[in-house]
Write a protein that binds this ligand. Structure first.
Ligand code: BGC
Length: 760
């Protein structure tokens, strides 16, 4: 690759932008002021041809990304010709620097490229998958892991991550449930904001910040039947109260980019949904970042049936508010025709280009197109021991103890023989989970290795895979049974391999796949104390295990420190504290099942025939949202209110005293739920409105106080406006959504309108 000419190097390092090969057409010091930024951006825009403008809106893929149809890759010639504004999946300081060099020295526009990637739960230091991390109920932790991911990714030349995925879902069949924070909009919003803060850091200009992307806008998690990309059927209030809030939280946290979703809502595909992109995001919320399409999302409007003509779908998409066309190449190829024929005002193109140029400016790329990426920094900042330590802490807090009958756990370190059984126990790739970016299996600690490291020299650790994860092969059963007989305790690691919970990896069953269930039954029959460690990225239906296996540990996919964290919990170095961010059904037939459902006119009652339930299984879930046990016990006082009566304008505080009544210290996640007892429209039976993770030494107590604001008690009333209505509210506090104590708050006065704009 040719070196930058000396004069050009000097100019770039002085923060000067050139357009053209020799004459500086726009030369301005880059400043923080937005007026100056806008002047700068306008001056650049004024000098671009229509094709160059559309080039800025065009994203090509590099060799590390293929999540849909094979689309062309772009080479040096495309960069020189100004056909590329950004890349997805070009990885590493060396290749990104090389391509950037071409853009800023050999193209006519000299405009730097943006490098994007899916940095979902770490770059090389892989943290727990998002669903697992949500189980920590710890936004501060989620922010720290995003910060580390940003540092490592930025050092490798990336500017822009396609995370966090903030899609709420009530669909465990959906493969991408693993990528989000679960079923609850309040928890999801807290995590969304934390992730945005972590990725973007104090300022996008910082050399180690990444631009975050809240995705997929919107209701992608509502895919019918759990089938990825599928149609949704979402009522307006549900859209605004369940699916939109995490996006709003991300916007309020300053997210600079949002990705459109593959699905359609009420007949309008999201890549052409002007009412939601332009109407809600840009107008109602005042958001001014860049809206990126999903992979071939613009092209897919053809399949959605909006038109048979690619120019038309491109026009509909950019007009709806999509700024960047990820790999469809329709904006670049077809929009010139639309503009020249007068069907698309060039002003629409200009608005999108302005947003892209502003982003590049805000990232500081016009000042320094290479930011801090270098091979040396990449080495120095990646997979450091501090990052690994954070990964272990995150993994520990993400583990959920589902069951512990007879206190089988924690295991004694002095146990003579442990039998570890299950293919997943030795599967380093699965420990990382999907979307593992630059993660490497050789960096990951498996459960088998973690247990070997945790036990003393006198403990024998035996291992047998027993059965493959998916195939119906029982030939390994005999060996598994044999080592179980030799052991004092058996640890069975079962579940899904990492590629079973991923994009397009939807399941019609939530049972443990393959013959693993049979394996558990055979080994359990040996009669040794048995612990099941689950690895999975979605709720699993495990009713047999819940009846027969005394201890069950939900470990999800925890990243590079998976096995160490699991061993920390198994042998009691760490007291488990995670809570389920999503309901676990008894069987797939209960889906959709979620805690914040509406009541019915005939609420479920096992004893009454004509109520809303099943006649063949209980209506309750296997494990409720918020469930998770500890090695110690906690006692909750009844909740008290700062005042039990108030007006619709008042805030109220809710207090509860939690005491660690067991023999060891532990963390507890205190949860606050609210129900509006009677409203102008029906309200959910409970909604999370606060949570707090606290650490309590044995015997210690703490009073936890939550502030409930009118905003948190509001909803979209009969007129589709955000209101708070007088009446009574049931205020509930407890360790899980199904174990609460309650009190009543009464609000008097008038219905208050918090936002007069109707959502209809
Ligand atoms: C996914 C996005 C992802 C993109 C780029 C798509 O298939 O839906 O979440 O960011 O690919 O890899």
């Amino acid at each position: 690759m040719a070196r930058l000419p000396h004069a050009a190097r000097l100019a770039l390092s002085a923060g000067v932008l050139f357009l053209g090969t020799s004459t500086p057409l726009a030369a301005q010091r880059v400043s923080a002021s937005s007026a100056r930024m806008n002047r700068f951006v306008d001056s650049v825009l004024a000098r671009l041809t229509l094709e160059e403008k559309l080039g800025q809106l065009t994203q090509y893929r590099g060799r590390f990304s293929l999540t849909g149809p094979q689309t062309p890759e772009a080479g040096a010639e495309d960069i020189r010709a100004g056909r590329v504004g950004s890349f997805l999946g070009v990885r590493g300081a060396a290749p990104t620097r090389e391509m950037q060099q071409i853009a800023v020295t050999q193209s006519r526009t000299r405009i730097p490229l943006l490098f994007a990637d899916d940095i979902i739960h770490g770059w090389r230091t892989i943290f727990p998958v998002p669903l697992a991390e949500a189980a920590s109920f710890n936004p501060a932790l989620a922010e720290r892991t995003a910060r580390i991911a940003a540092v490592e990714g930025a050092a490798a030349g990336i500017h822009w991550t396609f995370a966090p995925m903030v899609d709420i879902t009530r669909e465990p069949r959906w493969g991408r449930v693993v990528e989000g924070a679960g079923e609850d909009p309040y928890l999801g919003s807290a995590i969304a904001a934390a992730k945005v803060r972590g990725f973007q850091g104090a300022s996008l200009r910082d050399s180690l910040s990444l631009m975050a992307t809240a995705k997929h806008f919107v209701a992608y998690g509502a895919a019918e039947g759990g089938r990825d990309y599928n149609t949704t059927d979402v009522p307006l209030r549900t859209l605004h109260e369940m699916y939109l809030p995490p996006f709003h939280a991300a916007v309020n946290a300053g997210v600079k980019s949002i990705m459109a979703a593959f699905n359609q809502i009420d007949g309008v595909p999201m890549h052409a949904n002007k009412a939601l992109i332009d109407g809600v995001l840009r107008t109602r919320w005042g958001w001014d970042g860049i809206l990126v399409s999903d992979y071939t999302g613009v092209m897919e409007l053809l399949q959605h049936g909006l038109s048979a003509d690619s120019g038309t779908v491109g026009r509909l998409s950019i007009d709806a508010g999509v700024d960047v066309d990820m790999v469809s190449n329709i904006f670049y190829k077809d929009l010139p025709r639309e503009v020249r024929a007068g069907r698309l005002p060039v002003a629409v193109v200009d608005s999108a280009v302005r947003r892209v140029l502003r982003t590049k400016y805000e990232l500081g790329l016009f000042d320094n197109p290479f930011k801090s990426s270098s091979e040396a920094r990449e080495k120095a900042l990646t997979l450091t021991s501090a990052h690994r330590a954070e990964a272990r802490a995150a993994a520990q807090q993400s583990i959920v103890l589902l069951r512990n009958e007879g206190n089988v756990l924690p295991l004694a370190k002095s146990v003579k023989t442990v039998a570890v059984i299950g293919a997943l126990a030795d599967d380093a790739r699965s420990a990382l989970g999907g979307w593992a970016a630059a993660g490497r299996p050789e960096d990951a600690v498996t459960v088998l290795v973690g247990i070997r490291k945790a036990v003393g020299a006198d403990t024998r650790v035996l291992y047998a895979p027993g059965a493959p994860v998916e195939a119906a092969d029982t030939t390994g059963f005999a060996e598994a049974v044999r080592i179980a007989r030799e052991a004092d305790v058996v640890v069975m690691v079962v579940g899904e391999h990492q590629d079973m919970s991923a994009e397009a990896r939807n399941r019609s069953s939530l049972d443990v796949p393959g013959v693993q269930q049979q394996l558990v039954e055979r080994v359990h029959a040996v009669g040794k104390p048995t612990v099941a460690v689950l690895m999975n990225g979605r709720p699993l239906s495990i009713p047999w295990m819940v009846q027969h296996v005394p201890a069950i540990v939900e470990s999800w996919y925890l990243g590079v420190e998976h096995g160490n964290a699991v061993a920390d919990v198994l042998f009691g170095a760490v007291n488990p504290s995670g809570r389920l961010p999503i309901t676990f059904p008894r069987t797939v037939g209960q889906v959709p099942i979620y805690y914040n459902h509406m009541n019915t006119g005939r609420p479920s009652d096992e004893k009454e025939r004509y109520t809303s339930k099943y006649f063949d299984i209980p209506f309750t879930p296997l494990y409720a949202f918020g469930h998770g046990l500890s090695y110690t016990t906690f006692r909750y006082s009844a909740p008290t209110l700062s005042r039990s009566k108030g007006t619709t304008a008042d805030s109220v505080t809710v207090s509860v005293t939690v005491t660690n009544t067991g023999a060891r210290s532990g963390d507890e996640v205190v949860q606050l739920y609210v129900r509006d007892d009677a409203g102008s429209v029906s309200r959910p039976v409970k909604e999370l409105k606060g949570f707090r993770r606290i650490s309590l030494a044995a015997g210690a107590s703490e009073t936890v106080t939550f502030r409930l604001t009118p905003d948190e008690l509001s909803f979209y009333g009969a007129q589709y406006r955000r209101v708070i209505e007088p009446g009574t509210f049931t205020i509930m506090v407890g360790p899980s959504s199904d174990r609460v104590q309650s009190t009543t708050l009464e609000l008097t006065g008038r219905t208050r309108v918090l936002d007069a704009r109707s959502i209809r």
